[in-house]
Design a protein around this ligand. Structure first.
Ligand code: DC
Length: 221
């Protein structure tokens, strides 16, 4: 029997665990929309930078959002009418800082839920299975050790012709995990009923196949 539509598959987990890559691949495999909620938080951080607003100024960030429009159209992130998708990569840490503010979360959760009411989704983030889509058809919690995440990031940077320090990357991941897990609004936690997968010893293909097996067992896709 097919699952009732529209359905959502949520993939939560810490930065660098491989959840975005597998979420995107899974959505493509199933022919549904991939909801990139991390990119939305990054876009708010970008808007703050453009507006000369410090990332710890809750009132000013809240004011800024009164005149900000944000949408995901296809796989593009549109901020105030402009496609900023390619600009967002560098804003992970900044996104984590503004993501602690409850108003920022409410603003983005509303947008995400509206999208989820209209279509089947694979959605990734920190609060997707807990706050945004608590009734999701299927939930995953994807983790990896800080060492493996730092090593993967280092290799990726090298491929891009850039250098970085392994220990600094490892500490940045730990610091971001700590901020994402300890905030009072929408913290990163394992959603009840989520399948937990540690990706330390999986390739991207192996991880995708693992998720696909569960998805098919749930009659989704
Ligand atoms: O998934 P990402 O690395 O692109 O996310 C960047 C930051 O945005 C992350 O460190 C915390 C925040 N975020 C969040 O609080 N809730 C989400 N659903 C997605 C991201």
């Amino acid at each position: 029997m097919k699952a009732p539509e529209p359905w959502t598959i949520t993939i939560d987990g810490p930065a660098g665990s491989g959840k975005s890559t597998v979420a995107k691949a899974l959505a493509a495999e199933l022919g549904v929309t991939y909801l990139n909620t991390g990119a939305m938080y990054r876009a708010v951080a970008l808007a703050c930078q453009r507006g000369n607003i410090a990332y710890d100024q809750q009132d000013q960030v809240t004011d800024l959002l009164q005149t900000t429009t944000l949408a995901q159209v296809g796989d593009r992130i549109i901020l105030n009418g402009t496609d900023e998708t390619e600009t967002l990569d560098a804003y992970g840490t900044e996104a984590s800082k503004i993501a602690v503010f409850p108003y920022v979360r409410t603003f983005l959760v509303n947008i995400q839920q509206q999208i989820g009411q209209q279509q089947n989704l694979v959605s990734d983030g920190r609060d997707q299975g807990t706050v945004v889509f608590p009734n999701a058809a299927l939930k995953f919690y994807i983790i990896a050790t800080a060492e493996v995440r730092a090593e993967r990031r280092l290799q990726k940077l090298k491929l891009d012709g850039r250098t970085a320090d392994f220990e600094q990357l490892r500490l940045e991941f730990i610091e971001r995990d700590c901020r994402d897990m300890t905030r009072s609004a929408g913290p990163l936690v394992r959603p009840r009923g989520a399948t937990v997968i540690c990706t330390d010893h999986y390739s991207e293909t192996e991880l995708l196949n693992l998720l696909l097996k569960e998805v098919r067992a749930c009659c989704l896709g």
